[in-house]
Design a protein around this ligand. Structure first.
Ligand SMILES: Nc1ncnc2c1ncn2[C@@H]1O[C@H](COP(=O)(O)OP(=O)(O)OP(=O)(O)O)[C@@H](O)[C@H]1O
Ligand SMILES: [Mg+2]
Length: 318
């Protein structure tokens, strides 16, 4: 037995001349969340498909819940669940019937399937809507039903493909809480996401894929520190003070601040001394402050510096 939920070693898989996975190694402990990030075409879905035994690797090894994806394919399938874009929910059936049907397919027996369905409906706050056709569910309810469906078989490892796409912030927070609860029960989660905020909120470990290789891995905090230093963000109360404030930042940090965003000055710093120096100079020169922050780089900035590609979040915000 191993303590790893997922263990991947030198995994490769090509499609024709495209190396979708090019020697990927990573691992995550049982009951933890691994966030898999990367730009389009990086190999995320290919990795998930190999781990879910839907695709055979060309080389390397992968263990899921301690089992080899090649040798123990059937057993791996019994222990995992895949949830996300391609939902298996039948719209015409009620939420309850969907879950009971899946339980039946998993040989839980009539009573077992009904009991499991009841447990999951209550856990996901779907009791009231349980006997309505799934077609009448809101987007958030569907996502929850989809996740409930994935959990009927009590998987040890669950693969979530961009789980919060299309959810409003409240529903998304609920989903995040649900995912955290799963890990408390010892379920290992692999989450692919384009939302860095989601990875930051949920993932214990992050692996960044690019062109089929892991280009960075570690905790969210590790990755932020790797890019180095902090960032000072300054927004003068009066936009007429922007130039004077920029001059102060330049004087302290030794470089011109970034002025990409209107009315905002951004400069990288090492250590907090610069922050206090800037504050003192702003006061001395009578520059009133609207906003003044000292922070770690965001995961978006980390991602950009690692891959050279902005994330979808950053693009949307721009
Ligand atoms: N069935 C396939 N046949 C041919 N090429 C494929 C196939 N599946 C994936 N690829 C290629 O492998 C590479 C990795 O694709 P993959 O779908 O794993 O990326 P991804 O990280 O999931 O991207 P996205 O963020 O767009 O979902 C891409 O270049 C893709 O075109
Ligand atoms: Mg994909």
């Amino acid at each position: 037995m191993t303590d790893h939920g997922l263990e991947v070693d030198a995994l490769s898989r090509s499609f024709g001349r495209t190396a979708a996975l090019d020697g990927v190694s990573l691992s995550v402990a049982r009951g933890r969340v691994l966030g898999l990030l990367g730009p389009n075409g990086a190999g995320k879905t290919t990795l998930v498909r190999v781990l879910a035994t839907l695709l055979r690797p060309d080389a390397g090894t992968a263990r899921v819940a301690g089992l080899d994806v090649r040798r123990d394919r059937a057993e791996v399938r019994r222990r995992i669940a895949l949830s996300g874009q391609h939902t298996s929910v039948d719209d015409e059936l009620s939420g309850r019937s969907n879950l009971v049907m899946i339980g039946g397919l998993l040989d839980l027996g009539r009573h077992g399937a009904a009991r499991r369905a009841g447990e999951l409906l209550s856990r996901f706050g779907l009791e009231e809507a349980a006997d309505r056709p799934a077609a009448t569910y809101s987007g958030g309810m569907r996502r929850r039903l989809d996740l409930a469906a994935a959990l009927v078989g009590e998987p040890e490892v669950i693969f979530l493909d961009e789980p919060s796409v299309g959810l409003d912030p409240a529903r998304r927070d609920e989903l995040w809480q649900t995912i955290r609860k799963l890990t408390r029960d010892g379920v290992t989660v692999l989450l692919t996401t384009q939302y860095l905020e989601e990875a930051d909120a949920l993932a214990d470990e992050i692996a960044v894929l690019d062109h089929g290789r892991v280009i960075a891995s570690g905790t969210p905090a590790d990755l932020k520190h790797r890019v180095g230093g902090h960032t000072v963000v300054l927004r003068p109360a009066d936009t007429g003070d922007l130039d004077r404030a920029a001059a102060i930042l330049a004087r302290v940090t030794g470089r011109e601040p970034d002025r990409t965003r209107r009315h905002e000055l951004v400069a990288p710093v090492t250590g907090d001394t610069a922050f206090f120096e800037i504050a003192a100079l702003l006061r001395e020169h009578g520059v009133a402050v609207g906003e003044f922050a000292f922070r770690l780089p965001s995961l978006d900035e980390v991602f950009l510096s690692l891959t050279g590609a902005p994330t979808r979040d950053a693009e949307e915000a721009a």
